[in-house]
Write a new protein. Structure first.
Length: 581
């Protein structure tokens, strides 16, 4: 438990002043409760039970005033302690979320392919929220409850020293060590069950994320019933695991209370047969009650800690995931880059799936190199290795003769513009979506890029885009047509003006007017660049200076359209298929 506790105290280390003050104030509150309140009760009951009416008014009012004073001190301490604690807890969780988010930005693409988006969202939101609850609970109780116990035990010691026979009442503390066993047993179970609960919550969030990203398909294929029943079964699983946590979390209290009640019964018997005075007896009872209730809270504390550990482990898994695409120790500078790309004996596997085998290719500066081949032949993999979205398993890729692993990753990617098949737009204005190409570009530069991408006219047409460049495009660019989104993506790449361009041609057919505009935009974009194009249109392929024909992870042949058409049967087949479609 101590090592678990250290994890949480470390999490709040950046806000330790608030935590320390809060703990100190909480401890004062604990001591006042355990020592002061019991003492006040003793005095009060001694006076009431003695039927002594000879007290002066100032003595009566003195005792009466003790309670408001005790509660004022308690109130100030409890409020200030809770305020500081929540500050530290919320600020720590804010920092942790930012740290996890920053980590997610650096993780390799392979990580996301192996993980579920919804589960990641759940870890960053739900698990951190669970952790926050644990943090505040821990800090609120870590010293307050022990301080209450210490205050009450000291009080008992003081009473025993001043009243004969009272020392036997210590026997009733016997139950204290006994409660440790159920606490340990329950907390172990809670940690396991809480981990399962958080995993089930991750599955549920994942189900929801998938559902919301496929709203069109669900309607088109009438999948609503199927989706409802899948979601319901996830809910049922979560419900079961939540109830298991509830069972152990709330099962602990009655067990601890039962042990405590035995202690109180012993106190009653000993007190009765030893003639302990009524006022003293009442205060002893209160001290014991406070002690056991503090122990009970420590039991809850342990169960909260276990729940927090389960969430922390899920967050820690993200933080501990290796960033396997890293900068070299001594990077070389990009200096006046030309853009010649060379693959030397490159192989690559996704886990056990070999996607590229011993690929050799040289693409000269300014070449348009078309990648063609059947589906799954390795074209995208080949292109994705250049910006180091993945690192080669064997061999090397060279730009202007330098191994790309010798450049800083961000520098390398600054030299490359990528236009994907289905461009992703962010839920922002058109202006900002284009500016992603170069974040320091002026508004005028953005507009000029849009003009060159033949996007300016539709952007400034108010029937299309009511606020021109300031029109919000909606999530993933939902308010724009396919062709419009592609031209925005091309404008973005024009603005980037990188010497190397990777282009994944859209497979979906655009209407002829849109297609001719996209084509015109692409012609502007590719001029003077070294271009790798995953080509789906033979018009593109015919215009390429060089064509690489992929088959089953290998470069089966390369050359110009004419050369390949004359000698490569696979190329002829692909060409004829394209013509007939
Ligand atoms: N993330 C991945 N994890 C595992 N295997 C993958 C992954 N991406 C691709 N593959 C596999 O690697 C091989 C090459 O895929 P790649 O996407 O490079 O082919 P492609 O020629 O671009 O196909 P397409 O034209 O259909 O896009 C295929 O067998 C594919 O199943």
């Amino acid at each position: 438990m101590l090592s678990d506790l250290k994890i949480f105290l470390r999490l709040m280390a950046d806000h330790k002043k608030s935590v320390i003050f809060s703990i100190l104030l909480g401890s004062v509150a604990g001591l006042v409760t355990g020592g002061g309140l019991t003492n006040g009760v003793e005095r009060l009951f001694t006076i009431i039970l003695s039927e002594d009416n000879s007290l002066s008014t100032s003595q009566v009012f003195g005792v009466a005033a003790a309670f408001p004073i005790i509660f004022i001190v308690l109130g100030v301490c409890v409020f200030s302690s809770a305020y500081l604690l929540n500050y530290a807890g919320l600020a720590s969780i804010r920092d942790l979320r930012a740290k996890v988010f920053a980590r997610v930005q650096c993780l390799p693409l392979a990580y996301f392919q192996a993980s579920k988006t919804g589960d990641l969202i759940s870890r960053i939101t739900a698990d951190t929220a669970a952790l926050q609850q644990t943090l505040t609970f821990i800090a609120r109780n870590v010293l307050t409850q022990p301080a209450t116990i210490i205050g009450a035990v000291f009080y008992l010691y003081w009473v025993a020293a001043n009243n004969e026979g009272v020392y036997k009442i210590y026997l009733c503390l016997i139950a204290l060590p006994i409660v440790i066993f159920p606490i340990r047993n329950f907390t172990r179970k809670i940690e396991r069950k809480a981990r399962k609960q958080q995993e089930d919550l991750g599955e549920l969030t994942n189900n929801l994320a998938q559902n919301l990203s496929a709203t069109r398909e669900i309607r088109a294929f009438n999948l609503q019933e199927r989706e409802n029943s899948r979601f319901a079964s996830r809910l049922a699983e979560l419900f079961i695991s939540q109830m298991k946590v509830v069972k152990y979390q709330f099962g602990l209290s009655p067990v601890v209370e039962f042990c405590s009640s035995i202690g109180l019964s012993i106190a009653f018997i000993i007190g009765y047969y030893n003639g302990v005075p009524g006022g003293v007896f009442t205060s002893i009872f209160l001290a014991l009650y406070l002690t056991y209730s503090a122990v009970k809270k420590l039991g809850t504390f342990a169960s909260e800690l276990s729940k927090g550990v389960a969430s922390y482990q899920r967050i820690e898994e993200i933080l501990a995931s290796p960033v396997d695409i890293d900068d070299p120790d001594q990077p070389i500078e990009f200096d006046n880059i030309q853009g010649e790309i060379e693959f030397r004996n490159v192989s690559f596997s996704y886990g056990d799936t070999i996607a590229l085998k011993s690929a050799d290719a040289r693409i000269q500066k300014g070449d348009i190199c078309a990648l063609v081949g059947p589906s799954g032949a390795g074209k995208s993999t080949f292109a994705n290795l250049v910006p180091r979205f993945y690192d080669v398993s064997h061999g090397g890729i060279y730009i202007d003769g330098h191994d790309i692993r010798h450049f800083r990753v961000d520098e390398l990617r600054n030299q490359i513009a990528v236009v994907s098949q289905e461009p992703v737009l962010f839920d922002d204005t058109i202006l900002e979506n284009i500016r992603l190409g170069r974040q320091d570009a002026t508004d005028e530069e953005v507009r000029e890029a849009a003009r060159q991408a033949f996007a300016h006219d539709f952007i400034t047409d108010t029937s299309n885009c009511p606020n021109g460049y300031d029109t919000l495009v909606g999530e993933r660019g939902a308010r724009l047509s396919g062709g419009q989104k592609q031209r925005i993506a091309i404008a973005r790449a024009i603005l980037r003006d990188a010497p190397i361009l990777i282009l994944d041609e859209a497979t979906s057919a655009l209407d002829s007017e849109s297609e001719s505009k996209v084509q015109a935009a692409l012609d502007k974009l590719v001029s003077g660049k070294t271009v790798l194009v995953i080509a789906h249109r033979f018009s593109t392929i015919k215009n390429a200076n060089k064509i690489l024909v992929f088959n089953d992870g290998e470069i089966a042949d390369s050359g110009s359209h004419q050369e390949l058409f004359e000698r490569c049967p696979l190329y002829q087949t692909l060409y004829n298929q394209q013509l007939s479609s």
